[in-house]
Design a protein around this ligand. Structure first.
Ligand SMILES: CC(C)(COP(=O)(O)OP(=O)(O)OC[C@H]1O[C@@H](n2cnc3c(N)ncnc32)[C@H](O)[C@@H]1OP(=O)(O)O)[C@@H](O)C(=O)NCCC(=O)NCCS
Length: 206
């Protein structure tokens, strides 16, 4: 069950996930119309889209996200990733719409509360390769932070592969601190408050 903090987000059932071999929207549509980004809670019915997106992400992005070389999400993992409770395990999906083209799922961010430290949650995020570098990851984190704070989560943790320069850059910009005995993985702690709250959503913290 999702908390009422999500009531401002429209649910969309007409979602498809961007395939890496699909053409990008024509520049002309971008020139004439701004893309509309919808961020909403992930639903169990998104499972097939999540699997499709995973299979079509670049091997490097998959590796950075899951720290493994899996080519397909096992059914048990897919079930876990898409059946969230909205309180201790929250996942948001970003859906982009360009003009009259069908909506496209472009990213997911989630947190899972730590049982031993309820004010802390493990953070994970992925944006499909073609949509990276356009601010969607940052926006997903902002929205996830709104939900986290509403549920009493004040710190995100994240285990980041040392070679993942993009997410390290993103975390450094948020004032996150990193540590780790294993040089290949850096354990970050991110204060949720460091994530900017979009003004239009600030009332949700009241
Ligand atoms: C990490 C990830 C989610 C970022 O999503 P994104 O939509 O590309 O991020 P944004 O566009 O919001 O950019 C975030 C920051 O990364 C920076 N960035 C973008 N491309 C970069 C690159 N090639 N190298 C270094 N930094 C880069 C941006 O400049 C931005 O920082 P800024 O706002 O200070 O300029 C995305 O790259 C991804 O899915 N990577 C694979 C999975 C992964 O690594 N997940 C994290 C571990 S769970």
């Amino acid at each position: 069950m999702m908390n009422s903090a999500f009531s401002y987000i429209n649910n969309s059932t007409n979602v498809r996930i961007l395939h890496t071999n699909e053409p990008q929207p024509e520049p002309a549509s971008a020139a004439t119309e701004e893309p509309h980004l919808l961020i909403r809670p992930l639903q169990p019915s998104d499972a097939s889209g999540v699997q499709a997106a995973f299979e079509r992400m670049s091997p490097l992005s998959r590796y950075y996200r899951f720290h493994s070389g899996l080519r397909r999400l096992p059914d048990s993992m897919l079930h876990y990733l898409t059946h969230v409770d909205g309180i201790d395990h929250v996942a948001l999906v970003a859906i982009e719409r360009w003009g009259s083209l069908p909506p496209v799922g472009v990213g997911i961010a989630r947190f899972v509360r730590l049982a031993q430290a309820p004010d802390t949650a493990e953070l994970a995020i992925a944006v499909v390769d073609q949509a990276q570098g356009r601010g969607i990851g940052r926006r997903l984190l902002q929205e996830l932070a709104v939900v986290a704070r509403a549920h009493g989560v004040s710190t995100f943790t994240m285990a980041v592969l040392a070679g993942n320069r993009r997410v390290r850059h993103l975390l450094a910009g948020l004032g996150a601190s990193g540590s780790g005995t294993d040089a290949s993985v850096i354990d970050y702690r991110v204060p949720v408050a460091a994530l900017e709250v979009p003004a239009s959503r600030a009332h949700l913290l009241a």
